[in-house]
Write a protein that binds this ligand. Structure first.
Ligand code: ATP
Ligand code: MG
Length: 184
């Protein structure tokens, strides 16, 4: 099973013998996480921040599961009451709460594909595990949460941000492999 978490979409697929057996795509991924952070900070602190700022917060202190050492970050935005620039400190527990809706949607997508997976392939997934790719796979402790929620081995692939590009290059270098996949 591969879970590719990008900016716009999360794709969950079960691949066997070079073919996709079943898959699911949801329009929840990194961008929705950024939006969730903007909404949370607006609701809780009456502070308006930009999506770029939200993405930085997500990358620096965002997590899907409690961190061993809580982190904090300074956030600058516009106070919606006073209308002036304001700075505050947010911590990783708050941001995890902010991210819970999009993160749970990703967990649910994984679960729904697992529920539809034929039993022999389920057994393979128990042995081989779930691989996370895409930039969103770098959200701290997302692998830990998915492991906890599914009971399966979960690992983040090497270089998740570039996995699609590197994989495409690889398949072009090995035309035999491409032919095998493309013939399906
Ligand atoms: N360290 C990180 N923690 C959390 N998210 C991250 C991290 N680094 C990058 N991202 C997020 O990964 C997303 C981009 O991932 P990727 O490059 O795989 O997307 P994409 O392939 O362009 O999008 P899509 O697959 O939806 O078309 C962005 O939302 C970005 O904020
Ligand atoms: Mg992508």
């Amino acid at each position: 099973m591969i879970v590719d978490i990008g900016g716009g979409t999360t794709e969950v697929a079960v691949i066997a013998l070079a073919g996709i057996v079943l898959s699911k795509s949801i329009r929840v991924a990194g961008d929705k996480m950024d939006e969730a952070i903007v909404q949370y900070i607006k609701r809780k602190y009456n502070l308006l921040i930009g999506e770029r700022t939200a993405e930085i917060i997500k990358k620096e202190i965002g997590s899907a599961y409690p961190l061993e050492e809580p982190l904090t970050v300074e956030v600058k935005g516009r106070d919606l009451v006073a209308g002036v620039p304001k700075t505050l400190i947010v911590n990783s527990d708050e941001i995890r709460e902010a991210l819970s809706e999009p993160v749970n949607a990703i967990v649910d997508a994984v679960r729904s594909v697992l529920e539809r997976t034929p039993p022999e392939l389920s057994a393979d997934i128990v042995d081989r595990g779930v691989v996370l790719s895409g930039g969103g796979a770098q959200l701290k402790n997302l692998d830990v949460l998915l492991r906890e929620e599914t009971g399966l081995p979960v690992m983040v692939c090497e270089n998740p941000q570039l996995a699609v590009v590197l994989g495409t290059g690889k398949v072009l270098d090995e035309l035999g492999l491409l032919r095998e996949i493309a013939l399906r």
